[in-house]
Write a protein that binds this ligand. Structure first.
Ligand code: ADP
Length: 285
């Protein structure tokens, strides 16, 4: 409201239009203007704050993109050089067929080689900018497949696995990406229970999304890890790469979903992956 219209509204017409009335109206209009000014200033402050956050986010994303590009370049170089080494290793294995000590050493080299390959694949997976290839499939089957892939680790560490997921519960997702995310969550849970424990995987579904909770009976997240766990290259493990949960977050993001981590009141950590349901039309788009 303009100052003059505010004054004219408040001044009684006629003889009693005294100087006091004019001053009071003027005072009231000034007050209202001051309030509007304060509200606008607050609005500007909030918007500036929001802009600062967005700028910081953008700077972080740009930094990550640069980092990703560099990591991808290194990973490709390493992988190209791993291919002939794998060939030489298999040639050597044939030559050492009757040499038990030689074969033992070769096994150790192979184990290191496999770890290196897994690291390079993690890096490539993390930096890959591919669109998800969506299909509809039962989540229970995928969980069972992941668990049978890690059966030796579960047995070696005396970890019991409990699954609560209906066999006919469907999810619309990229099976390759989702399997990778579930595997990373399961491997982390196993890592958290070197002395044994229980790994629980629960799948639930509501109108909007499918939720997959992977929990363990380990020590839970440290205070720092709880805040930084999803950042790439954050790790508290010796020899850890810090890409496992960053990949899970990326998988959630490309599906339009989310992932969160909490420490359970009864101990242990719980990670929840949320993948929104899609219609067939959305999948085709
Ligand atoms: P990495 O396994 O190579 O350390 P991740 O990104 O998978 O990388 O995990 C990052 C960090 O988050 C771990 O080093 C650990 O500190 C923490 N973390 C992840 N999962 C769990 C879990 N289930 N329980 C406790 N801490 C966890």
């Amino acid at each position: 409201m303009s100052q003059s219209s505010a004054i004219s509204e408040s001044i009684p017409l006629g003889a009693e239009c005294t100087l006091e009335a004019v001053l009071a109206a003027w005072h009231e209009a000034t007050l209202r203007l001051e309030q509007t000014h304060a509200a606008l200033r607050e609005e500007v402050r909030l918007l500036t704050h929001e802009l600062e956050i967005k700028n910081r986010e953008l700077a972080r994303k740009n930094r990550l993109a640069d980092l990703g590009q560099m990591a991808s370049h290194v990973a490709h170089e390493v992988r190209n050089n791993l291919v002939p080494v794998a060939l030489y290793l298999s040639l050597l294995r044939r030559r050492l067929a009757n040499d038990a000590v030689g074969l033992e050493i070769l096994d150790k080299i192979s184990a290191g080689f496999t770890n290196l390959e897994a690291t390079v694949n993690d890096l490539l997976q993390f930096t890959a900018e591919r669109e998800p290839q969506l299909s509809v499939f039962p989540i229970r089957k995928m969980i069972d497949e992941v668990l049978s892939a890690v059966a030796p680790q579960l047995a070696a560490q005396a970890v019991a696995a409990v699954v609560e997921a209906s066999p006919d519960m469907l999810v619309t997702a990229d099976p390759h990406l989702l399997r990778r995310a579930v595997l990373n969550l399961v491997l982390n849970a196993i890592d958290a229970m070197p002395q044994g424990g229980t790994l629980t995987i629960i799948a639930t579904s509501d109108q909007q999304a499918l939720e997959l909770e992977v929990s363990d009976t380990g020590p839970g997240f440290s205070e720092e890890a709880l805040h930084k766990a999803f950042e790439p290259f954050f790790t508290t493990k010796r020899g850890g790469m810090g890409l496992g949960l960053a990949i899970v977050a990326r998988v959630a993001e490309v599906h339009g979903g989310s992932v969160s981590a909490v420490n359970c009141p009864e101990g242990g950590a719980a990670l929840t992956l949320r993948i929104p349901h899609r219609t067939v039309k959305e999948c085709a788009a």
